[in-house]
Design a protein around this ligand. Structure first.
Ligand code: HEM
Length: 473
């Protein structure tokens, strides 16, 4: 096994993880190297912290490392047996990925749903404009979450799940924000039931119970929407141009077990949980860095003005022209990868960089550490989007220095949607508005601390006062 800190009896190295495991393990990698072993309770884990070893693991050994260690919190209501995110590589997983790639994330489907995302972003801009007129602050994470959730819920079901309003949409549909956020934090916690599977039946921290409550709530909501749609289709034969309708038609035409109501509801849980927090966190961190670095904000506003002119509006079709904004998004992914660790597991004994990794070892690739590696990046802790202007490095899973969406078989299938959403919302917030920090705080005083979970969010919400850009309509 690769080297690592000395494990204590029974608990192993659990205490080394601390409040922010991505940071603690980065610090440990400076002592033990970019390929480390940790004993987490009764589990063996290896931690990868360099692009070269990540490349070897996700290319040469992609298949051997392609399954995931299923957290106890997911082993509820049969979710882990059918989930796209947590299933092992198998025919069922291939079918789900293909269905999603063809019916949701293909260029044609994204083009056909683009109008809908434009409507949702327009609603966001109108809401922020009202706040700017009244000189009121907004919670950036909350309003962006609402916009992304409504974009998804309309793409999937042709309906809004939340509204802007008091508390910047805290009163949203079924309080999804708090629900999904708490799930992400619980999933990120070191759960005793995962570290000592023999204690699973006790669920000592109550994480499985909370996970079950949340997944059950989501399944009930999606189940009601599904049943209502079936009734509507039977009574009125009305057709909807949304994902639910395509999938219901697939179920009708092909009544084999490939897709069923049960599988579909669990797929919707995965898409909502995997998609909303990650995209929101990227936008919140990008806005945070731009408020922290006013000169970079001025430069991106200048670029947007040049490309769009005074009367123009950002559009998904012109985001490829925003070169500096593109560099800002890459730099945000480098410093603040929304998913700090890729979670994989060895399906067999694997020889990696001359070490032997036994079957069933948890393989954690620390994206946060890879982004801050001083042998790859100059001035690694500073926000310098300019570093991406002259280099061709991309996030598509080929440049292992920057893999916020993962790489290989388990890579995020929604990259094309996330790319559009992040650039489009950022361009809209930046072109139409300038931003002032609340309480007269100076940019350099802005809180940059992190809250660890399955995704990394800001510890303190970003509250800003929007100022309408005078040249925008
Ligand atoms: C900025 C936004 C996003 C980032 C950074 C991101 C990142 C990731 C990462 C790192 C993985 C794991 C890859 C691996 O294990 O190697 C992943 C998997 C996944 N993501 Fe995303 N994601 C984003 C947005 C989305 C969206 C919008 C959706 C859906 C609507 C989504 C759905 C999924 C699914 C279903 C998987 C599991 C794929 C599998 O296991 O086969 N993601 N994502």
């Amino acid at each position: 096994m690769p080297p690592g800190p000395y494990p204590y009896p029974i608990i192993g190295n659990i205490l080394e993880l601390g409040q922010n495991p991505h940071q603690s393990l980065f610090n440990l990698s400076k002592i033990y190297g970019p390929l480390m072993t940790l004993k987490l309770g009764s589990l063996n884990a290896i931690i990868i912290s360099s692009p070269d070893i990540a490349k070897e693991a996700l290319t040469k050994h992609d298949l051997a490392f392609s399954n995931r260690q299923v957290p106890d919190a997911i082993r509820v209501l049969g979710h882990h047996k059918v989930s796209l995110v947590w299933s092992p590589i198998c025919d069922h997983w291939r079918t789900l990925r293909k269905l999603c790639s063809t019916n949701i994330f293909s260029p044609q489907k994204l083009e056909s749903t683009s109008k809908l995302r434009h409507e949702k972003v327009e609603e966001l801009v109108n809401f922020v404009r009202t706040r700017s007129t009244n000189g009121e602050a907004i919670d950036v994470g909350k309003v962006v979450f609402t916009t992304i959730m409504n974009s998804f819920s309309n793409t999937l079901f042709s309906m809004d799940f939340a509204q802007f309003g008091d508390g910047d949409a805290d009163n949203g549909f079924q309080n999804f924000k708090a629900t999904i956020e708490s799930l992400m934090i619980d999933f990120g916690k070191a759960n005793v039931s995962d570290l000592f599977p023999l204690l699973r039946f006790l669920d000592p921290q109550g994480i499985r119970k909370r996970g079950k409550d949340v997944i059950k709530r989501l399944l009930i909501v999606f189940g009601d929407i599904f049943d209502e749609r079936i009734q509507l289709k039977t009574s009125s034969k009305e057709a909807y141009d949304d994902v639910l309708d395509y999938f219901i038609n697939i179920i009708k035409v092909n009544s084999s077990a490939e897709l069923s109501r049960h599988l579909l509801l669990h797929l919707f849980v995965d898409l909502f949980v995997a998609g909303i927090e990650t995209t929101t966190s990227t936008i919140e961190w990008a806005m945070t860095e731009l408020v922290h670095n006013p000169k970079k904000r001025a430069r991106v506003k200048e670029e947007l003005l040049q490309v769009l002119g005074k009367d123009g509006k950002p559009h998904e079709s012109n985001i490829s022209e925003f070169h500096y904004l593109n560099a800002i998004v890459k730099e945000t992914f480098r410093l603040h990868p929304p998913v700090p660790f890729l979670h994989h597991k060895s399906n067999s004994m694997v020889e990696l960089c001359g070490f032997k990794v036994p079957k069933d070892t948890q393989v954690l690739i620390n994206l946060w550490a890879i982004g801050r590696n001083s042998s790859t990046w100059s001035d690694p802790n500073s926000f310098v989007p300019e570093r991406f202007l002259e280099c061709k490095m991309d996030v598509k899973g080929f440049d292992f220095e920057l893999i916020p969406f993962g790489a290989g078989r388990r890579m995020c299938p929604a990259l094309p949607l996330a790319h559009r959403t992040v650039h489009f919302i950022l361009a809209s917030l930046l072109h139409h508005f300038d931003w002032k920090i609340v309480d007269g705080m100076k940019p350099q005083e802005l809180d940059m601390s992190e809250k660890y979970g399955l995704t990394i969010r800001k510890a303190q919400p970003l509250k800003l006062i929007p100022i309408h850009t005078n040249y925008c309509q």
